[in-house]
Write a protein that binds this ligand. Structure first.
Ligand code: ACM
Ligand code: ZN
Length: 762
């Protein structure tokens, strides 16, 4: 064993200078870092040089698929054809099915010596993972979509014996909250394959959209695939041909696709299409805002089960893999409690309550799936009221459900929010693009341990693995989705593949530098930590001291002259002291040189505003409200029939607005500053004015978490304020869900002070 080293290895490879070039790039040492880290690595002497003479020898049943994949990959970046050879000689890559290999169905051995590369496995799947490791040993430019010149395509001599720790190595993607095109899905599958992920969990139906063509029920896509977002039709779906194309594409990469058809909840798009499947009969609209929908399939109506059976019949024909996800999460029971049919079912079946009715529902669907040879997977709510006998549980509300299911002898995929929910923030909500909430850094994803310590050893085998869950409420575009997915999914790939004893976060980060180059070649919009700290509008009176931090060690560059910071700009290494107004631009750079988004900070030297004397000091705000559907303060003038109110408290504010009656409000009054100081305001309202000036505008943004904090110098006393609130849904977030959302903190204090309408006077 001592000959094996568990390690990251670093090989300096010099980029050789090349003929006819006038300016040569400086020779640069290149580090080769594999992710996920193989489980046994032994360095050997020498290198194998991949060149135009290298041939490929594939031997054994069904190796053509792997050979085809490798040849395509190699030829597009290197230009080498990698011709087949009937007989392995020198300078050959050999793919060999070998029943004597001992690394299991997904394992492989890889031996690189100066004259050949030999990958062996008992299966084509194992060979495929060996090929991925081989690609990881090559310079990262091997991931280029077009031919790269001037590279020494060298592979270090090495012996690797490897197999995955877990068999369910997954990524989930919600294509319902936002719809993603076929090419985006294929790109994700390409990337999954690079990191040896083998399960794509495809969340295809939701309250906000039905995304899979079902020939027997055309309304599902005619009606159910579209909703109205900000006055415009939004949606889309995959035809059965497109589904087949994606499933085939995944299979080429040894990725199994698990469809998810949600039931009994998260089904409003289906109910909008076929309202007779609900408890009340509808009518319904496809939901155009996030959150949990109370209308669900009726459990007392046999037509619902006929419908689901028909849908399942078409879906299983498209998805050959044995697992089928039926959702099962977040199904409120309020409609069932009030529905005579559901109550009748409870009576007839001798069920105790609506939880047992849910269990009845799932077990009935389980029978349909078993008829088709499919195995049911559901979110951990399917434990409530009793698990279906053959169910596999996906534990998302922490690990408790997973532990309970495994203790009962059920298989479990561990997907607890705090570690694997890739919709969480990965930096400060004050600077990151809006997200659903949560806070899961790369390190937390990396350090996730899928086998809970409290699980008895005999039950640990039920933990199949983990997956990154990508819920797309706030992932409005493909690049925005990638920003959330990467690099955390790669950390989870290592969680799934590499034995815990070989894992180390700092080492992973080093190896990621090579991976970031690969991701760049795939044009992946991965997250780069942003400089965190001061607000974007930063007031000061004498001297500003701006201190920044990042969530992991990266270099920060800044400018003060309005130009874009680049690698030549000053490096931030201590708080910046300023005695004049400036536009501060600051961003980070990875060791690869790739830069983050830029933060633009207006640093403003100010005289404190002068307070005003006021006579009336009645608590509350004046509020004018008009009904009408607008999305921007620019359209306020289009609203008519403004009505006046006295706004006393936050409860009154909430009661005045609902989603059925879009409207806008303008509130005015005086804010009392209790002391001299720099006041940082934060709001999810549309605008906040103080002292007659607009301080914060959230116009055009999703009003979930304020990202436009701004400060102002105030003396103790009263200041006129104006607050504009548009009651509408922007980006799926209803602004009224924030309530009266305004707060401040005085520089030098830690916590925000929440402001209520009664804290103002008018
Ligand atoms: C879930 O996140 N609702 C499974
Ligand atoms: Zn019902």
């Amino acid at each position: 064993m001592k000959h094996f080293v568990w390690l990251t290895f670093i090989l300096p490879i010099l980029i050789l200078s090349c003929k006819n070039q006038v300016v040569e790039p400086k020779p640069k040492p290149r580090e080769i870092h594999m992710v996920p880290l193989p489980n046994q690595v032994q360095m050997l002497d020498g290198t194998f040089e991949l060149n135009d003479k290298t041939s490929l020898y594939a031997n054994g049943a069904h190796t053509e698929q792997v050979a085809r994949y490798l040849r395509k990959k190699i030829s597009q970046s290197t230009g080498f054809a990698l011709p087949s050879t009937g007989k392995p000689a020198g300078n050959t890559i050999i793919l060999q099915i070998d029943s004597t290999e001992t690394s299991g169905e997904e394992g492989y051995s890889l031996k690189v010596t100066p004259d050949r590369v030999v990958i062996k496995s008992v299966s084509p799947r194992g060979l495929f993972y060996g090929v991925q490791t081989l690609l990881q040993l090559l310079p990262p430019e091997v991931e280029s979509p077009s031919k790269v010149e001037n590279i020494n395509w060298e592979i270090p001599a090495v012996k690797i014996v490897d197999q995955p720790r877990f068999k369910w190595r997954g990524m989930h993607l919600d294509v319902c909250r936002h719809f993603f095109p076929v090419d985006f899905i294929k790109k994700q599958l390409d990337l999954m394959a690079m990191y040896k992920l083998n399960t794509f969990h495809w969340h295809l139906t939701e309250d906000q959209g039905w995304r899979i063509e079902i020939k027997k029920y055309p309304e599902l896509t005619r009606t159910g695939a579209y909703r109205i977002d900000e006055g415009k039709r939004y949606g889309g779906y995959y035809t059965q041909d497109e589904i087949k194309e994606i499933v085939d594409y995944a299979a080429e990469r040894f990725i199994n696709v698990v469809p998810e058809i949600e039931m009994p909840g998260h089904s409003l798009a289906a109910l909008a299409s076929y309202p007779e499947l609900s408890c009340t009969g509808g009518p319904f609209k496809v939901r155009n805002y996030w959150g949990v929908e109370p209308n669900i399939y009726c459990a007392g109506n046999d037509k619902v089960f006929e419908f689901l059976e028909d849908v399942i019949e078409e879906v299983v024909d498209l998805f050959p893999y044995r697992y089928f996800h039926i959702g099962g999460d977040e199904a409120p029971k309020t409609k069932w409690e009030q529905c005579p049919k559901c109550q009748q079912r409870i009576k007839e079946e001798g069920l105790k309550d609506e939880h047992e009715l849910q269990s009845y529902f799932i077990k009935r669907v389980e029978k349909i799936l078993l008829k088709h040879g499919r195995q049911l997977v559901g979110w951990d709510e399917i434990l409530e009221g009793g698990l279906a006998p053959s169910a596999t549980v996906m534990s998302w509300r922490g690990e408790k459900g997973g532990i309970e299911a495994a203790a009962q002898g059920h298989d479990v995929v561990m997907t607890p929010g705090n570690w694997v929910y890739l919709d969480h923030y990965q930096g400060s909500p004050k600077v990151e693009p809006v997200a659903i909430g949560g806070y899961t850094l790369l390190k937390e994803s990396y350090e996730y341990e899928p086998v809970p310590a409290e699980l008895p050893p005999g039950k640990q085998k039920h933990i199949l693995g983990t997956q990154g869950n990508v819920w797309t409420e706030y992932m409005y575009t493909p690049p925005r989705a990638e920003y959330s997915i990467y690099p955390r999914i790669i950390a989870l790939a290592e969680v799934n593949w590499t034995q815990p004893a070989h894992k180390n976060f700092d080492d992973f980060l080093k190896r990621m530098n090579n991976q970031f180059v690969r991701l760049d070649l795939h044009d992946v919009n991965y997250h780069i930590p942003l400089p965190e700290g001061p607000e974007n509008t930063y007031a000061f009176t004498n001297e500003a001291e701006l201190a920044f931090g990042t969530t992991r060690p990266v270099t920060m560059y800044y400018t003060l002259d309005g130009s874009e910071p680049g690698p030549e700009s000053p490096v931030y290494n201590q708080p910046l002291t300023l005695d004049r107004s400036a536009t501060l631009k600051i961003r980070t750079a990875l060791p690869t040189g790739k830069m983050s988004m830029v933060r633009n900070i207006r640093v403003l030297k100010q005289q404190p505003l002068e307070p005003v004397e006021i006579e009336n000091k009645t608590p509350g705000l004046n509020m004018s409200v008009a009904e009408g559907e607008i999305y921007s303060t620019a359209d306020l003038n289009s609203l008519k029939n403004w009505k006046e109110y006295d706004l006393k408290d936050a409860k009154q504010f909430r009661k005045m607005f609902d989603l059925k009656h879009p409207s806008a409000a303008i509130m005015t009054g005086w804010f009392y500053a209790p002391q001299d100081g720099i006041y940082r305001f934060s709001t999810e309202m549309d605008e906040f004015h103080i002292g007659g000036k607009l301080l914060i505008s959230n116009d055009g943004e999703v009003k979930k978490f304020s990202r436009n904090d701004a400060s102002v110098a105030l003396k103790k006393g009263y200041y006129p304020v104006k607050i504009i609130f548009i009651n509408n849904i922007v980006g799926g977030w209803p602004s009224i869900w924030n309530g009266f959302a305004l707060r401040y903190k005085i520089r030098g204090t830690r916590d925000y002070v929440k402001l209520h309408p009664g804290d103002f006077v008018h």
